[in-house]
Design a protein around this ligand. Structure first.
Ligand SMILES: *[C@@H]1O[C@H](CO)[C@@H](O)[C@H](O)[C@H]1NC(C)=O
Ligand SMILES: *[C@@H]1O[C@H](CO)[C@@H](O)[C@H](O)[C@H]1NC(C)=O
Ligand SMILES: *[C@@H]1O[C@H](CO)[C@@H](O)[C@H](O)[C@H]1NC(C)=O
Ligand SMILES: *[C@@H]1O[C@H](CO)[C@@H](O)[C@H](O)[C@H]1NC(C)=O
Ligand SMILES: *[C@@H]1O[C@H](CO)[C@@H](O)[C@H](O)[C@H]1NC(C)=O
Length: 588
């Protein structure tokens, strides 16, 4: 604090001339994106970016005192890059680029990399518009990237800047948005349809996955679902619904009724695996690009959905009644293409493990698409991928999805190196990319378990882990998921453990003495091990064992071999049972 005030009076005060807003000047460009940065709607931000890699921000804060805005490395104050400005009572303005050296003190940057565009104040608001490049050359500034950013905002009630005494907020946001709501077509004719729970009593448990099956509207002709909007019940200003997933189901005849634990005693409540929309805390509504939408109302289309609401009731509050869900927007005004969703990543079950005490541990799941035509029934057209949703649980720090063709890396399809569990949302790709049959898709997830003393296993609870990437594409095909996992026996052997089958391999992980060396050995073995690839269609499942040999950094691999295959009867929407995996991975 002292240091701050000291510096403040000594060096600072860039007294800038108030920019001329004369009528002859063009009005400032419209900023396409906006969000509140706090819970009580005091700090409103608009932003936009351009071809020159310049990001423009406008902060409108409910105060006549100082306002601050900046970027934090992972949510903490030390190392944050902060800009502070305001208007003195006499009309002079101040604006300057700072960085936080520790929890208490800010220091002014030698290199001033934020350019002030305007700074005004009325009785209620201070409005500060400024811009900066994604990358500056100042080590005290943080780069603006395509990852999730942690934004810090703060303000005080007067113009004596005391950063640590102001109100301060932290919010995760994805800044590199591409499409603004105004660029999307709203159809002339539409109706809404709510998929939600009715007066659901939230269990007094830390984690609940509530699932129910809801019929989609019955329609005489094909319609398109073009937009989703969250319907969230708040409980004394708290959000209990943590995330919501909507899965498409075929025919309702095999589905259970009522509401139950998604991953509990009745496995039928986990039926249907194709995610069509995801919402998570911090997310808003999502609308598909103009050329495509989800088809309903034809015999090929889902008739039911599974609504999965993940509640976090960490304070074990009793008696909460919830009516959360998702609102669909449907139109008979059809777009050129139907949308499909491909689930890729690490198959979610306990063969996926993460050692304790790891600063960084990477997991790999491979999708090999060479069997797609056979499984689909007809040749699969190229997948035009326009959006993605990344999903891990609490230990996840990053997710990367990489595409390979003929053993060569084609591109990183999408990534988030500063993943935030509380911000899972569908994001648009910068440009539509193409996946061809035969391509491989590798999903790499980075986990941190420094706070854990036990192994974390793959599984549905928030205390377990997942490593998933949902790719949104058109035109749709029948494949719903394509996921892999490394052969755990090979990992066990690399760690000097005996394991004659996968079950033993899994158990063997408990006997490993985990330190940074064994963690690295396990990670390397998991990366280089054969992958068992599992492909599911909307109504059939096939299990394929691929022998993957990864060379170097995973950039090239020998061709993968197709080994075994099992089919379920068409019409059975049950996910492939885990016991059908060769090697008896799970004895039930
Ligand atoms: C306005 O007030 C500030 C802070 O009290 C002072 O530093 C500045 O010199 C004043 N400006 C003018 C033009 O009086
Ligand atoms: C400005 O606000 C701070 C915090 O509310 C307060 O401690 C300080 O006395 C105020 N300064 C002036 C000059 O009013
Ligand atoms: C659902 O599928 C079953 C078997 O494929 C069929 O007998 C039944 O008529 C279907 N029900 C509906 C509502 O389409
Ligand atoms: C899905 O599978 C059915 C039956 O195998 C096939 O007739 C249909 O063309 C497939 N759909 C797509 C979009 O490929
Ligand atoms: C690995 O090293 C980090 C420091 O880099 C340490 O915090 C952590 O406890 C170590 N993990 C284990 C399992 O020893």
């Amino acid at each position: 604090m002292k240091m701050m005030s000291l510096l403040w009076t000594k060096s600072l005060l860039f007294l800038l001339p108030i920019p001329c807003l004369c009528s002859s000047q063009p009005s400032p460009p419209l900023l396409r994106f906006s969000a509140f940065l706090d819970h009580s709607n005091m700090v409103f931000m608009r932003w936009d970016h351009d071809e020159e890699e310049m990001m423009t921000f406008e902060l409108q804060v409910r105060t006549v005192g100082w306002v601050a805005f900046g970027f934090s490395p992972h949510g903490e104050l030390p190392g944050s890059d902060i800009v502070i400005g305001g208007v003195f009572p006499n009309g002079s303005i101040y604006f300057s680029d700072w960085h936080a050296v520790d929890e208490e003190n800010l220091k002014e940057d030698k290199s001033q990399d934020y350019q002030l565009l305007s700074l005004t104040e009325d009785e209620t608001f201070t409005t500060m518009r400024f811009k900066r490049y994604f990358q500056t050359c100042d080590p005290n500034d943080l780069d603006i990237t395509g990852d999730t950013t942690r934004l810090i905002s703060a303000f005080g009630t007067n113009d004596t800047v005391q950063f640590s005494k102001g109100q301060r907020f932290l919010k995760s946001l994805f800044l590199m948005r591409v499409t603004s709501p105004t660029e999307l077509n709203e159809p002339q004719i539409f109706f809404t349809y709510d998929l939600k729970l009715n007066d659901f009593p939230i269990p007094v448990d830390e984690t609940t996955y509530a699932c129910t099956f809801i019929p989609l509207p019955i329609l005489k002709q094909k319609h398109h679902i073009y937009k989703f909007e969250p319907i969230i019940t708040t409980h004394q200003n708290r959000l209990m619904a943590h995330h919501i997933l909507v899965y498409a189901c075929g025919n309702g005849s095999v589905l259970p009724t009522g509401i139950s634990d998604c991953y509990g005693a009745d496995p039928d409540f986990a039926l249907c695996s194709q995610v069509v929309v995801g919402w998570a805390v911090g997310g808003g509504s999502y609308q598909f690009p103009n050329e495509a939408a989800i088809s309903i109302g034809t015999p090929m289309d889902p008739q039911y959905i599974r609504l999965e609401i993940h509640y976090s009731n960490f304070d074990l509050i009793p008696g909460l009644i919830d009516n959360s869900g998702i609102r669909l927007y449907c139109t008979p005004d059809l777009r050129p293409y139907d949308i499909g969703v491909l689930q890729t990543g690490v198959f979610t079950f306990p063969v996926h493990f993460i050692p304790p005490g790891a600063d960084s541990y990477k997991s790999y799941g491979l999708c090999k698409s060479s069997q797609f035509n056979e499984m689909n029934g007809t040749p699969v057209p190229d997948l035009k991928v326009f959006g993605f949703l990344l999903h891990t649980h609490l230990a996840g720090r990053g997710v990367k999805v990489v595409q390979y063709r003929n053993g060569e890396q084609v591109r990183i399809i999408c990534e988030d190196n500063t993943y935030d569990f509380s911000l899972q949302e569908t994001r648009d790709m910068k440009e539509v990319i193409t996946i061809e049959v035969g391509d491989e898709i590798l999903v790499e997830c980075d986990f941190q378990t420094l706070d854990r003393t036990e192994i974390t296993f793959g599984g549905p609870s928030t205390l377990n882990e997942m490593c998933l990437a949902f790719l949104f594409y058109y035109p749709r095909n029948n494949i719903s998921s394509c996921m892999g996992y490394p052969d755990i026996q090979q990992i066990a052997h690399a760690l000097g453990q005996e394991a004659s089958d996968a079950m033993e391999g899994m158990i063997a992980m408990n006997y490993v003495e985990w330190n940074n060396e064994t963690i690295k050995t396990a990670e390397k073995a998991a990366k280089e091990a054969d992958q068992i690839v599992m492909i599911k269609t909307i109504d059939v499942s096939v299990l394929c064992l691929y022998l993957a040999e990864w060379l170097g950094d995973g950039e090239t691999r020998s061709s993968l071999e197709f080994e075994t295959k099992e089919k379920e009867e068409p019409g059975d929407y049950r996910p492939v049972s885990l016991t059908s995996i060769p090697g008896k991975l799970l004895e039930q």
